[in-house]
Ligand binder design. Structure first.
Ligand code: GMT
Length: 362
């Protein structure tokens, strides 16, 4: 098949999911094109996937660059030139509407919903109706049951649930690397995100201060974003700054995750939690807030769930796991989960089934 994927190129999980799916589809022998405004963060130089830039032309007459229109125009002209069989968009706003504008019913369209495209932007009256119309005319998938339910209410569609995948070759335990990030005898706790307010990174620092009162530990915060200064301020105020490492975003988060003892996630909303899955694949148990699709991923055999904002509970759960005699068993189960339920081959086949249905229904 000749497949065009559309994604946001930045540090967000939806762009990562789209990039990794594109690479796996190419590995399966398909011809894959990735449309984005810049080269996606995780798309390697050697990748067989071809990156196609969506330009953002600026004309002073417009109040802002017209991304939606530019994407629609680029998709339409490139799909003809490349003879694409199908277009698959990731993150519905505005990608679903742009693809619909480009093709209406002339090409099979598949749309994957990721999170705030439903819960936040999907609720905005400015976006909801055109997005719903586009989604209803194509095939829709969602990255968790929780998100699929939300999408049904917001857009009147019944998405098929296809969980995100993780590459177990890349994300694997790397305990020997721990000495790069922590002192001898310290537990290494890791959080990775785009530091948006929704991720509640300062809460992680607050919970860490409680953990640090009981055991020798270090917190590594991987990523960057608007809440970085606040997280730093809280670390200073709680006098744990010497044990908090701020690590800039890296195209190789596997090197850090594989070295961790525990992964922390305190988000107020999370349709899936890609970083938590990457931690599990790395053999790292997860303590996370019980929100959105996280419980579909983090069961009691691989971690603990706590209520949103319960920092005492977060700290207690983390201590419980770190000091638990079954920790090695949990690490093994976490890895096993990633190797089975979330293996990229399995997930890619699920998408291929949806593609096939979309092609056959024409
Ligand atoms: O909706 C967002 O916050 C952005 C989006 C992204 O592009 O990173 O994140 C969502 O998609 C990820 C990949 O499917 C999921 O792992 C995240 O849980 C989800 N974020 C939210 O639901 C807040």
């Amino acid at each position: 098949m000749r497949i065009g994927l559309v994604a946001y190129p930045g540090l967000g999980g939806s762009g990562i999911v789209a990039t990794e799916l594109a690479e796996r589809l190419a590995l399966f022998g398909h011809e894959v094109y990735l449309f984005a405004t810049e080269r996606p963060f995780r798309l390697s130089k050697e990748s067989p996937v071809r990156f196609l830039e969506v330009p953002l032309p600026y004309y002073p007459v417009f109040p802002a660059p017209l991304y939606t229109l530019s994407l629609a125009g680029t998709l339409e002209s490139e799909a003809g030139r490349l003879k694409l069989d199908l277009v698959h968009t990731h993150y519905a706003v505005p990608h679903a509407a742009a693809a619909y504008l480009a093709f209406e019913d002339r090409l099979p369209l598949v749309h994957t919903l990721h999170g705030t495209d439903v819960s936040l932007l999907g609720m905005d009256p400015a976006f909801r109706l055109p997005t719903a119309r586009a989604l209803q005319r194509g095939r829709t998938t969602a990255v968790s049951q929780a998100l699929a339910l939300q999408a049904e209410k917001a857009f009147g569609v019944r998405p098929r649930v296809i969980y995100n995948a993780v590459d177990p070759e890349r994300f694997r335990p790397r305990p020997e690397w721990k000495r790069l990030y922590a002192e001898e005898g310290e537990f290494l706790l890791v959080h990775a995100s785009n530091f948006r307010p929704i991720k509640r990174v300062p809460d992680i620092v607050r919970a860490f201060a409680k953990i640090r009162r009981k055991v020798r530990a270090r917190l590594l915060l991987l990523g960057k974003g608007p809440e970085l200064p606040e997280a730093r301020r809280v670390a200073q105020a709680l006098e744990v700054e010497p044990w908090v490492t701020f690590h800039p975003p890296t195209p190789h988060p596997e090197e850090v995750l594989g070295a961790a003892d525990l992964f922390l996630l305190a988000s107020e909303e999370e349709s899936f939690g890609q970083a938590a899955l990457e931690a599990l694949a790395s053999g790292v148990p997860v303590v996370a807030t019980r929100v959105g699709g996280v419980p579909e991923l983090v069961g009691p055999e691989v971690g603990r769930l706590v209520e949103l904002g319960d920092l005492e509970g977060l700290a207690e759960a983390a201590l419980d796991l770190l000091l638990h005699p079954r920790l090695p068993e949990m690490r093994r189960r976490a890895r096993e989960l990633a190797l089975t339920r979330f293996h990229p081959d399995r997930i890619t086949r699920a998408y291929l089934e949806v593609y096939q249905e979309a092609l056959e229904s024409r």
